[in-house]
Ligand binder design. Structure first.
Ligand SMILES: C[S@@+](CC[C@H](N)C(=O)[O-])C[C@H]1O[C@@H](n2cnc3c(N)ncnc32)[C@H](O)[C@@H]1O
Length: 480
């Protein structure tokens, strides 16, 4: 089975690189002067309709003409140096015809193109390439069939764990195929710099990546939500710094290669010398409660009246959305706190003391039992109890998806957050300080940088991102 047997995947991964981006990629590769082009081996290992190969061929021919080479020699050199691989037979033929047309335009004798119709990830060669320029297919893990998943996991280190993307293997393969002084330029999803499952891929890129162009608020492809980036990897480079160009805001950053650990950050980090501290050393950001069946546990104001569930079992339920839209909701809270400790209610007591809640929840009995709940959770309890321990105090709530500003809601001890991230102090620092830090412009800049783009406009953040944020405790801004 090939990845293109799934029509939806095929459609999604066949987005071809726009002309201006192709030109930009060639400039970044340095495939420009006769000296840089002639006699150098070039590869696009997923060439599609040939947007990249066509540009390579035109540049190659022009470079040869500049040096006055004969048409017959040029044809031979093209055949020797330009390579492409494509899995889709139709596109393969189309590109063949396209390259023939270019050769005709320059009155060259017939070229026996080195175009290969194959799965690039299974293609074997002893050859190495001086330039590999490409826009690999992006296919999310959930869309990769079992057979391909298994093959990638077993044959590509970058796909060894977790939910990898199909494009990781293309990048790894390209690194493998580079010559000693080879240059790799790839148009890739921006999330390869942040995604936890791309860590092995980042470890492969780190030693020789030299430039990363990001387009945080721009779309290179129409109708596609993935935000993209172009990187340059030069096998022979020993530079200690990586150039990062934010094309949208027209700013350049030089990032120390050594600082590219974990999720890669492309902005200058706190530059002044005042000591910084980690947010997670003073506060704790954690996920909201996971009932694993909100349709049973969350009830509206009118449900509350009609169901008449025992008042002592109800708490106000909050989510970033309900706060934003000022919606009143309740949550059935089958626990209580004693001296700050979370206590569970025994089944016989629950049923006796809360008959109306028991009757109501029994309607969901099958669904409640089908949850992938904690091992010792009772059928009427939440699927996960981890988040409950520190809830009974004043806290902050924010969404895992941030658009223009970080909306921080202050919620009371009684209120139970059921989506989003909640934050409580763990040491001697006040919740006011946490609120100011999270509402600061610098935190927003950090979020834009560290978050994973969801649709080009918003980013998704994790509790870890918040806990790892470094801020200046002595910043005068916190005193106001
Ligand atoms: C995003 S398109 C890029 C095409 C071209 N490089 C460009 O920039 O316009 C990716 C291409 O990879 C091809 N493809 C998908 N899986 C492949 C595989 N395993 N081997 C070779 N090509 C593959 C798709 O058919 C598609 O044409």
């Amino acid at each position: 089975m090939t990845i293109l047997d799934n029509e939806q995947v095929k459609k999604k991964c066949q987005r071809f690189t726009p002309d201006e981006t192709v030109i930009e990629m060639f400039e970044m590769a340095g495939f420009s002067s006769p000296r840089d082009i002639i006699g150098k081996k070039f590869l696009d290992n997923s060439f599609g309709t040939g947007n990249i190969l066509a540009e390579a061929v035109e540049r190659y021919i022009k470079a040869c003409e500049q040096l006055g080479l004969l048409p017959a020699d040029i044809s031979e050199m093209l055949q020797r140096d330009i390579y492409g691989i494509e899995l889709d037979e139709q596109l393969y033929s189309l590109c063949f015809a396209r390259l023939d047309a270019i050769a005709n335009k320059y009155h060259l004798p017939k070229v026996r193109w080195n175009l290969i119709h194959a799965d690039a990830l299974k293609w074997e060669t002893n050859g190495k390439f001086d330039y590999i320029v490409g826009n690999p297919p992006y296919v999310a893990y959930r869309e990769i069939d079992d057979e391909n998943r298994k093959y990638l996991r077993e044959n590509y280190k970058s796909c060894g764990r977790g939910k990898f993307d199909y494009c990781y293997a293309f990048i790894e393969k390209a690194i493998d195929l580079l010559s000693e002084r080879g240059v790799l330029v790839q148009l890739v999803p921006n999330n390869i710099y942040k995604n936890v499952f791309a860590e092995d891929l980042r470890n492969m890129l780190r030693p020789h990546i030299t430039r990363i162009d990001i387009f945080p608020a721009q779309k290179l492809f129409k109708d596609v939500l993935t935000s993209t980036s172009i990187f340059v990897y030069e096998r022979s480079s020993q530079n200690e710094e990586v150039l990062c160009k934010d094309i949208t805001s027209k700013r350049d950053y030089r990032i120390k290669r050594d600082s590219l650990i974990g999720k890669w950050m492309f902005r200058e980090q706190a530059v002044n010398c005042r000591a910084t501290c980690r947010f997670g050393d003073y506060f704790n950001a954690s996920s909201s409660v996971a009932t694993l069946l909100n349709e049973a546990f969350i009830i509206t104001q009118s449900d509350k009246v009609s169901l008449n569930i025992e008042e002592t079992l109800l708490r106000p339920a909050v989510s970033p959305k309900s706060k934003h839209f000022k919606r009143t909701e309740y949550i059935i809270f089958p626990y209580f706190y004693e001296e700050g400790r979370l206590c569970r209610i025994k089944p016989e007591i629950f049923e006796k003391k809360y008959p109306r809640a028991t009757d109501y929840l029994k309607q969901f009995h099958d669904k409640l039992n089908a949850r992938k709940a904690d091992k010792n959770a009772q059928w009427y309890e939440y699927g996960r109890s981890q988040a409950l321990q520190h809830l009974n105090q004043e806290k902050l709530l924010l969404s895992t998806v941030v658009t223009n500003t970080v909306e921080v809601y202050r919620i009371g001890a009684q209120e139970i957050p059921y989506t989003g991230i909640y934050i409580v102090p763990t040491k001697d620092k006040s919740i006011d300080l946490a609120e100011k830090v999270l509402k600061s412009k610098r935190f927003m800049d950090y979020i834009k940088e560290i978050g994973i783009s969801v649709n080009g406009k918003s980013v998704r953040i994790t509790c870890g991102d918040i806990n790892n944020y470094e801020f200046e405790m002595e910043d005068p801004a916190w005193k106001n």
